[in-house]
Write a new protein. Structure first.
Length: 144
């Protein structure tokens, strides 16, 4: 016969933190725009969560899971083939953007606002920069 101790068997329930998955793309523009200018188009809902570091040409928009970061990426491109492609496409400014997968809906809203104002294209970090996304195809922006 089992002796009762008077204590209930409690099972600890620990909420698991979601694993962060940071996604990276490039945002290419046909104008040489500074993050100060991009900030003007993030949208009213995101204005208060937006900080810029002008000397670094870096912008951070704090979101629910992490931040959407715009970082000047010009120094990432030294390959003559990339430079020729930029010339061919009329690309004057390159940003690397990164965000957490959990923020994809908000990222799409911010990018739609910015792209509606300034145009540009979001491109993958691949040899041919594909797949790529424009303002009208942001709903297809990869989540992984």
């Amino acid at each position: 016969m089992k002796k009762k101790s008077g204590k209930k068997d409690l099972t600890r329930v620990v909420a698991a933190k979601p694993v962060k998955k940071i996604i990276e793309y490039y945002y290419f523009l046909q104008e040489d725009l500074h993050v100060r200018q991009l900030r003007t188009a993030v949208g009213e809902a995101f204005e208060e969560q937006t900080d810029i570091w002008p000397e670094l040409n870096l912008m951070e928009i704090v979101m629910q899971h992490d931040s959407l970061i715009f970082q000047d990426a010009a120094e990432c491109f030294v390959d003559p083939a990339d430079l020729a492609w930029f010339e061919e496409q009329g690309i004057k400014k390159q940003y690397q953007i990164s965000y957490d997968i959990g923020d994809i809906a908000a990222v799409r809203k911010v990018m739609k606002n910015i792209m509606d104002a300034f145009g540009g294209v979001i491109c993958s970090d691949t040899d041919d920069f594909e797949p790529s996304f424009r303002a009208d195809t942001l709903d297809q922006l990869a989540e992984s």
